[in-house]
Design a protein around this ligand. Structure first.
Ligand code: PLP
Length: 421
């Protein structure tokens, strides 16, 4: 038995989706011959055009003079300079943000950025007061459950539901209820949102940012699916900037999840603090992927491939899922699809579902379909709410044929579940 600290215990928990992934892996290993429709994956697909882009720049880099310097030397904790310059250049040109290189920090994936920011701003302060990490809307990224060192740091707000049409809905942050005071360390949300595909509106974000600015609270905006890259947004979206915004980019959804590249764009005071944290934790992020990305950004190809290949690909998959639902799902059952505004997921809500989402997961699995039960995406919500157990997440990385088959299985199981009740 290993003697663990409180932090050790918290960090060794199999949180959120990791426990489901374990079950899915075991199912696939023990049940090999079965041809499951697997719509549980969180991994983006390797799209040929995107891989070709990285391959081209990898060749260039291997043959170039800087190769030895890039992999053979330690660099600055802030990140690889040409990559920082590329980020500054691209965001200034695209959004007029007036950034300098002092506004950028590169981290080993954006998950580590959330971990550092969460623990720099929230948790117990020197006076012993607890400062919370506020999630203004749920469901949201399950990985946020793991970035705080103690569970009670997360404070998650219940959203309001906007019923858009007979079988469509959208989550909205309940800003009237949101309290931003001295007890709040930071605010965090994903835009577009994993798992729901929701895009918090610009007005909603502006209001939250303004409320936080009054209290000097940073707003961490997880832009893992946002423009300019990967640009997995199916409607208009402009990133929101402000003195208290920490705009977080990830290169995982543009084909580099294995290279682990996250970027924080923020006021210098936040960047300096996070850079020191990073220096203590991992010195700096790996430089090879940054060098590839610097080239792909400056040539314009990264933004181009994002908009013309990646966005188009996932939008099409969403529309296939949506139209199959309208054709195949029982109309008299209160099923709802979240409006698809971005990300690589579709999110389903079954109002008054007679069984739990975990039981639905098992029934679907028995019929040959693997989804992710929705309750893993409500970390930090402490009020009872039946909605939490009425949702599932669908990955749009499944093939078009699998998505069609998946809807047929879902329609059959859902009709049976409601009839039985
Ligand atoms: N944020 C969101 C919303 C995500 O969906 C993911 C990964 O799926 C991450 C962060 C973590 O990404 P990274 O690979 O940059 O650590």
């Amino acid at each position: 038995n290993v003697q663990l600290s409180k932090t050790g215990l918290k960090m060794s928990e199999l949180t959120g989706v990791r426990s489901i992934m374990k079950d899915i892996k075991e199912t696939n290993e023990t049940d090999k011959p079965r041809d499951y429709v697997n719509v549980s994956a969180g991994n983006p697909l390797v799209l040929p055009e995107v891989e070709a882009l990285w391959r081209k720049y990898a060749h260039e880099l291997l043959d170039g003079q800087e190769f030895g310097e890039i992999i053979g030397r330690y660099g600055s904790s802030q990140g690889y300079e040409p990559f920082i310059d590329a980020i500054v250049h691209w965001f200034n040109a695209e959004y007029g943000w007036n950034l300098t290189k002092h506004n950028v920090l590169v981290t080993p994936g954006s998950q580590s950025l959330y971990f550092m920011a969460a623990n720099a701003f929230s948790g117990p302060d020197e006076a012993g007061n607890q400062r919370s990490l506020v999630l203004p809307l749920c469901p949201d990224y399950t990985g946020y459950g793991g970035v705080v060192l103690s569970k009670d740091v997360l404070k998650t707000y219940k959203p309001t539901l906007d019923i858009k049409a007979r079988h469509r809905f959208k989550y909205r942050p309940d800003i009237e209820k949101l309290t931003i005071d001295k007890s709040v360390g930071a605010v965090l949300f994903s835009r577009p949102c994993n798992p729901s595909g929701n895009l918090m509106t610009e007005q909603e974000v502006d209001r939250i940012v303004a409320m936080c600015a009054e209290q000097d609270v940073p707003v961490i905006i997880d832009s893992a699916y946002a423009p300019p890259f990967p640009d997995m947004v199916f409607t208009d979206m402009t990133p929101v900037w402000g003195e208290n915004v920490i705009h977080c980019v990830s290169l995982s959804k543009v084909g580099l999840p294995g290279e682990r590249i996250g970027v924080a764009i923020a006021s210098e005071k936040y960047i300096q603090l996070l850079e020191a944290f990073q220096s203590n934790m991992n010195i700096h992020s790996s430089r090879f992927g940054q060098a590839l990305a610097a080239r792909a950004i400056m040539s314009g190809e990264l933004a181009e491939v994002s908009t013309n290949v990646i966005k188009t690909f996932y939008h099409k998959r969403f529309l296939i899922w949506e139209s199959a639902l309208d054709r195949l799902m029982p109309d008299d059952v209160p099923w709802h699809l979240h409006v698809g505004e971005g990300s690589i997921f579709a999110w389903m809500w079954f109002k008054d579902l007679p069984i739990s989402d975990a039981e639905l997961y098992v029934e679907l699995k028995q019929e040959g379909m693997i989804v992710v039960p929705g309750s893993t995406f409500f970390s930090g919500l402490n009020e009872p709410w039946s909605h939490i157990k009425e949702c599932i997440r669908i990955s749009l990385t499944a093939s078009e044929e699998e998505l069609e088959r998946g809807v047929a299985i879902l329609a059959k199981v859902i009709a049976r579940v409601y009839q039985r009740a």
